[in-house]
Design a protein around this ligand. Structure first.
Ligand code: GLY
Length: 570
């Protein structure tokens, strides 16, 4: 499917097309008229991301000699401009990389609690949780990690940051046209933008936004130029840091210069586990996905799910019970391993998965009252993109502001939105966060701690070479969507396109319900209800981006049908 967005002001297109000398790193496509492409096949490289201009940016970098890591950095920076609801420099994320030389690695640039954050900071005098404070405005923001993450990735890139950031600078400075859904989403948050900002941001428009309007972000362009010229210090020190701290001071926020200066991304040992003849490489804690994905894959591995058939009531029931068990453990055991000893090895082991399934009963609804965590001594606006190059480098990246447009607070004069990631901590044991997830002590707030995440950027290897690059946004639905996408391809032999686009479902222990997408088959819902399940229809689940590398060397990039997501290849 192709959808074309074009500017309502042809003069602007002309101006942009003609301005300035076109260096090799400038935008090589027209940001005033572009196409959404859901499937792209090539033999040199591919990018699938939440926005066509970001996917184009990544492909252009590869065409200029960059590898998949270069393309990922440029795509991520472009998303920070053209996809403000989730693309960001004011949030954080995880990157999983498989290098052509066979090395697997991960970069953790999750936000951290500021140094003056404390366990009860969102409780009122009576001890009640104030989720409006953990979810909106200045106090909701964790110390951003995204820029540190980009610079950590740079050691594996081949082009300088000046070249990789240039497209983002141009997209911010000269503007791009909005898609219909971006215009709608911006219109939906106008009251919040007015409420949670001390300086009116460019996203506020009294007359409302419409498809084809041009969004210019000069303050953001200036911030990106400081990053280009000064590296990490262009964000974590100097003018940008001053603007962030001034913003905090204007509205009781607590991020300080020291918090910013001390922020460091971490390269972490990836989670690598076998699934039948495949190797799955994914993100470790603070991503809960690094524990839950192996757990769920191990639980399904010995079950005859293929025989049950895709989205048969029996298969959905089995996968629901697997998801229930995994998420019960998430709530009890998972948090930042730098702060708390988490029994990761045990939780991710095949033996534990087999033990956990001992009380599984086919075709009968389980209960989250009786299924508790295992007995051993834990809006969904995140964004994912997948990149692959012809040398065999694969990059799987999920980044987040947490909720849609994060805290809704834009740093005055710096032009970027801050995350509301503090809500991913357990602000009070048993109190559900934005995604209805509960947690306890392991994920309680502490200064400098990273909040638990669901982001699960993943690479599947076949014969030790990349076969799938996969991931999605979606809060707690992330890990179940990655799980279902893998099961769809590895067990049901589905095409990548179907694996992404067929209806998804989700169970997260509490609430004890199966959430299904609107196009989830009615007959299966009824069969599940007859088994005793509560089935609740909800909106679309995730925006999954998959790259599949076929045996003949062709590279297939699939962008989820659910959004403006777009795939590109060459
Ligand atoms: N903020 C969503 C996540 O990290 O899971």
């Amino acid at each position: 499917m192709k959808t074309v967005f074009s500017c309502t002001f042809p003069l602007v297109i002309l101006l942009y097309a003609c301005t300035g000398p076109r260096s090799a790193a400038t935008v090589q496509f027209n940001p005033y008229e572009y196409t959404i492409q859901k499937k792209a096949t090539g033999s040199n490289g591919a990018v699938s991301s939440a926005h066509p201009l970001a996917s184009e940016t990544g492909i252009n970098i590869m065409k200029q000699g960059g590898n998949a890591i270069d393309a990922a950095i440029a795509t991520q920076l472009a998303l920070a401009v053209v996809y403000p609801s989730a693309g960001n420099i004011g949030g954080g994320g995880f990157t999983v990389i498989h290098l052509a030389n066979g090395k697997n690695l991960t970069i953790d640039y999750r936000e951290k609690a500021p140094a003056t954050a404390h366990r009860d900071m969102y409780l009122d005098a009576a001890g009640n949780a104030q989720t409006q404070l953990s979810q909106n405005g200045h106090l909701a923001a964790g110390v951003p990690g995204a820029v540190a993450g980009l610079f950590s990735c740079l050691q594996y890139a081949s082009l300088p940051i000046s070249k990789l950031i240039q497209p983002a600078i141009e997209l911010a400075e000269k503007g791009f046209v909005l898609t219909e859904s971006e215009a709608r989403h911006l219109n939906n948050i106008q009251p919040a933008l007015i409420k949670y900002n001390t300086v009116t941001p460019v996203f506020v428009k009294a007359a409302g936004w419409k498809k084809g309007d041009t969004l210019v972000q000069q303050d953001l362009a200036n911030t990106l130029k400081r990053i280009r010229d000064k590296g990490m210090a262009g964000f974590y020190e100097g003018e940008t840091a001053r603007l962030i701290v001034d913003e905090m001071k204007r509205a009781n926020g607590i991020i300080s210069y020291e918090d910013l200066k001390n922020y460091q991304a971490k390269e972490r040992e990836p989670v690598v586990f076998d699934y039948k003849t495949y190797k799955v490489v994914t993100m470790p804690l603070p991503s809960s996905g690094g524990v839950l994905l192996p757990m769920m894959m191990h639980m399904i591995e010995d079950q005859p799910v293929k025989q049950y058939g895709f989205q048969s009531a029996r298969a959905v029931q089995l996968m629901t019970e697997i998801e229930r068990r995994a998420y019960a453990d998430r709530a009890k055991f998972l948090g930042d391993v730098d702060f708390y000893k988490v029994p990761v090895k045990k939780l991710s082991s095949k033996e534990y998965a087999v033990e956990r399934m001992k009380d599984y009963k086919a075709e009968t609804a389980g209960s989250s009252k009786t299924t508790q965590a295992g007995l051993i001594p834990e809006s969904e606006e995140t964004t994912h993109f997948s990149v692959y190059d012809k040398s065999g480098n694969a990059v799987s990246v999920t980044t987040t502001l947490n909720g849609s447009y994060g805290s809704r607070t834009v740093v005055g004069g710096a032009g970027f939105l801050l995350n509301n990631e503090m809500d991913d901590f357990s602000i009070k044991p048993g109190v559900p966060n934005l995604y209805g997830a509960v947690g306890g002590d392991v994920n309680a707030i502490a200064p400098g701690k990273r909040m638990l995440s669901s982001m699960t950027p993943t690479i599947v290897l076949k014969d030790n070479k990349p076969f799938l690059v996969v991931g999605t946004p979606g809060g707690t639905t992330i890990t179940t969507s990655v799980f279902q996408t893998l099961v769809n391809i590895l067990e049901f032999d589905m095409s990548a396109e179907d694996a992404v686009n067929k209806p998804k479902f989700h169970h997260q222990w509490l609430p004890d319900e199966i959430f299904v997408e609107p196009d989830f088959p009615q007959a299966v819902r009824q069969q599940l209800q007859q088994m005793g399940y509560k089935v609740t229809q909800r909106g679309p689940i995730g925006l999954t981006e998959v790259i599949r590398i076929n045996a003949n060397g062709s590279i297939e990039a699939i962008a989820d049908k659910r959004g403006d997501d777009s795939a590109n290849s060459y």
